[in-house]
Ligand binder design. Structure first.
Ligand code: ADP
Ligand code: ZN
Ligand code: ZN
Length: 754
């Protein structure tokens, strides 16, 4: 049999295109698409890279290098994954190497995966009879050894004539309070024996299976409607109000797929959400259910990866619950992808490349598997709802809450008026305080939402107005009282809280505005007997912190939970009746064409946490502008009003979904160089795109980590083929990069920026 002579491979970094290497004869058996190989690139550096295709076309260069080694004969990725990587790199204008880096848990551990071995101890065969009591009696003089043996009996429940069980060595040692040396001496005597076998790195609770819940009449109708759409369409948007039981519908759809032997991917925007949903899924589907997100260690990720890849093995995962990176798992036979909270901005990766949108990529992935996609949300993105309206997606609507519970009542609390009338108690309006008070007296729970972490977003000298800013970014430093420091939320720069003004040396430094930390402090003063906790980036750094906080709230060990957008999504708490939105104004005043859509979604979403079981919930929105149109829409839960007005505006001002946007961000450490080169790029782009080019402009935060930033925005017609436009963009950037002095530039392309 003849072999191909060349292989095109992907190198794990930002270099455009694939590279051709010669396949040495002795490796020709093993070099196949998807395997990881070692090659030399650029000087002496060695890289693990992925083989994509084999061929016999002699490349157009001298000295084609040879593949040095095949790291692992079994392919680490399959053809469908390669297809997805290629699509992402083409659509989002990044390199396949960048996708590879985001997709693979760890190059090293993937190709030489070592299962964790654990040592187990069991009674050796020859003593597993009536002699056991005798032995225990011999051992009287060695009480520690005796203790080990009796611990073993206790732990395994050993009885004469029954099966001999083994027990993990570490458990046996801790139970019997002895050292490994003592245990070794009994093993040497031949009473116990040890052996090692592979165990999972992922801690899994015992699964108990429960039948799935019967759907209500409304849910059943929605379920049927989804199935009817699926007969003709590949994508269905499930627009169901908060707590309408979308998750239960997904569970029914999942069951069908698993019964058919298919794989299912269930995506969520936030790790915090996986903690509750995973329990709901495992309750029904047991051990085929796995979770995937960035909090796992590399070796844990590799294990999950393997269990997805080995679809037909005994302990394979066929249902994966994950955040956006779960797209990259080695699925081979997906039947369904669920993108829950599909409107959520966290599905878009900002930095670094690949700047992909996980919802849109999921739709592509599903198509590659001939699978269906269901997008779910209580307040769908304008894009998705528009796709449903124009018939591209099926649309299923579910307008009532499960159990006929009413959507929460919304109370608007006017902060401007309350300040004027001196009715505010720190940052709380009388309306909010009363609602909290009532809930506490009924032993119900409360969530307070504030979209800023830290104590106060900035501090200021009350004499001269000086505000400390980051030394590397054009950003005010946020005061964190717990650590007594001021911190940059962009680069992490941290310094002591200044006691004096840098400018006028006055000691009148005051904190301004409020974040979650301050709210926590103040609520404790107002309600001293309430149990208060906070959930934001600062309190959830440890792997299990989400889980612990959510558990504590579920078990009613917390009365008031304060948090950022982390607490706004998808969580389901039985006894939560009051939600407070502390400052709606700073959501609305965001300089972005999506600001209204986003603030509607956020407010609707966080309101949706209230009153999900027996009784109707209450939401208090604090704002200085109660007449604001978006606030009025939230007040009436008026999604279609919001959709109608937003689409009108976007059509008038030419924004997505009526155009495609590509944002090019240009950075340089020298401001004048940046100004020069960004103008040059703007000119190149205008030569091709004319008025479709906006900018270059400085973003609100014009410097981050010492890099000055300018953005150029392109608005391209939907009707034009995007691939061609993208080619032009690449050419313009290539041209710029060839200019003298352009090497100090960093250029990032963001397709469909969010
Ligand atoms: P959503 O995902 O739309 O916000 P959930 O699926 O979380 O809603 O449902 C809200 C609550 O109602 C959950 O506690 C869920 O267990 C319960 N629920 C929904 N549907 C059913 C059903 N058919 N039978 C019993 N309980 C249900
Ligand atoms: Zn001052
Ligand atoms: Zn900074």
């Amino acid at each position: 049999m003849s072999h191909n002579h060349f292989a095109d491979i992907i190198l794990p970094f930002a270099v455009r295109g694939r590279f051709t290497y010669r396949i040495p004869v002795e490796l020709s058996e093993d070099v196949r698409p998807g395997v990881m190989v070692t090659v030399q690139f650029g000087g002496r550096n060695l890289y693990s890279s992925i083989v994509c295709t084999l061929h016999d076309k002699t490349p157009d260069i001298k000295n084609v290098k040879s593949i040095l080694k095949v790291n692992n004969k079994i392919p680490v990725i399959n053809e469908l994954q390669l297809k997805l990587w290629l699509w992402i790199s083409e659509y989002y204008l990044c390199t396949e190497g960048e996708v590879m880096k985001a997709a693979l848990p760890s190059e090293i551990s993937l190709s030489n995966f070592k299962p964790r071995l654990e040592t187990f101890i069991k009674l050796s065969e020859k003593f597993s009879d009536s002699k056991l009591n005798e032995i225990l009696d011999k051992l009287k003089k060695a009480p520690k050894q005796q203790e080990v043996l009796s611990s073993y009996i206790r732990l395994t429940g050993y009885e004469l004539g029954k099966e001999i069980l083994s027990v993990s060595k570490s458990l046996l040692l801790s139970e019997s309070h002895t050292s490994a040396g003592i245990l070794d001496s009994i093993i040497t005597k031949g009473y116990l024996q040890s052996d090692s076998h592979p165990v999972s790195r992922i801690s899994e609770k015992d699964d108990y299976k429960e039948p799935i819940k019967e759907l209500s009449v409304a849910q059943g109708k929605a379920f049927d409607s989804i199935k009817t759409h699926f007969a003709e369409k590949d994508i269905v948007l499930l627009h169901g109000v908060t707590s309408s039981g979308k998750t239960e519908i997904y569970i029914h759809l999942i069951e069908e797929q698993l019964k058919k032997g298919k794989q299912v991917l269930y995506m969520l925007p936030e790790i915090a959400l996986t903690t509750q949903i995973i329990l709901r899924l495992k309750r029904h589907f047991g051990t085929v259910t796995g979770v995937y997100h960035s909090r796992f260690s590399d070796s844990e990720k590799v294990e999950i990866w393997k269990r997805v890849a080995e679809k037909d093995s005994l302990n394979s995962y066929r249902l994966i619950l994950g955040v956006r990176s779960s797209l990259f798992l080695p699925f081979s036979d997906l039947g369904l992808i669920i993108v829950d909270e599909e409107h959520d901005g966290s599905y878009k990766q900002h930095d670094p490349a690949p700047r992909y949108h996980a919802r849109d990529s999921a739709i592509m992935l599903a198509a590659m598997h001939n699978a269906k996609t269901i997008l779910g949300s209580a307040s769908p993105s304008i894009e998705s709802y528009n796709n449903a309206v124009i018939g591209k997606y099926g649309l299923t609507e579910l307008k009532e809450r499960f159990g006929f519970i009413k959507l929460p009542t919304i109370i608007l609390a006017n902060t401007r008026e309350a300040y004027r009338k001196k009715l505010m108690v720190s940052h709380f309006t009388p309306e909010l305080l009363q609602a909290i008070d009532e809930a506490l007296s009924k032993e119900e729970q409360i969530i307070l939402f504030q979209n800023r972490r830290g104590f106060s977003p900035y501090i200021e000298c009350s004499e001269c107005g000086w505000i400390p800013v980051c030394i590397q970014c054009s950003v005010n430093l946020t005061y964190h009282k717990g650590i007594g420091k001021i911190v940059c939320h962009y680069c992490g720069y941290t310094t002591n809280m200044p006691s004096k003004c840098d400018n006028c040396h006055s000691s009148a430094m005051v904190t301004k505005g409020f974040g979650t930390e301050k709210i926590e402090d103040e609520i404790k003063v107002v309600f001293p007997s309430a149990r208060v906790a906070r959930m934001d980036q600062d309190t959830t750094r440890n792997k299990n912190s989400f889980h612990k906080l959510i558990r504590a709230f579920e078990e009613r060990r917390i009365d008031i939970l304060i948090g950022t957008q982390m607490i706004s999504k998808g969580l389901d708490f039985e006894n939560l009746t009051v939600v407070g939105i502390l400052n709606a104004d700073n959501l609305l005043n965001y300089p972005d064409f999506r600001a209204h859509e986003r603030s509607f979604q956020l407010m609707e979403q966080v309101s949706g946490r209230a009153g999900r079981r027996q009784k109707q919930g209450k939401v208090v929105i604090q704002t200085s502008d109660p007449a604001n149109r978006v606030i009025r829409q939230v007040l009436r839960h008026d999604y279609s009003g919001m959709f109608r007005i937003q689409t009108e505006e976007r059509m008038n001002f030419n924004y997505p979904p009526f155009c495609r946007m590509v944002e090019i961000s240009i950075k340089h450490k020298d401001r004048s160089q940046l100004n020069y080169f960004s103008d040059v790029l703007g000119r190149y782009l205008r030569e091709i795109f004319g008025k479709r080019v906006l900018g270059p402009e400085s973003p609100v935060i014009s410097q981050v980590q010492l890099w000055y930033i300018k953005n150029i925005l392109l608005k391209i017609e939907r009707e034009k083929p995007p691939a061609k436009a993208k080619q032009f963009i690449i050419e313009a950037i290539d041209r710029l990069e060839k200019e003298k002095g352009a090497s100090g530039l960093k250029i990032a392309i963001d397709v469909d920026p969010y």
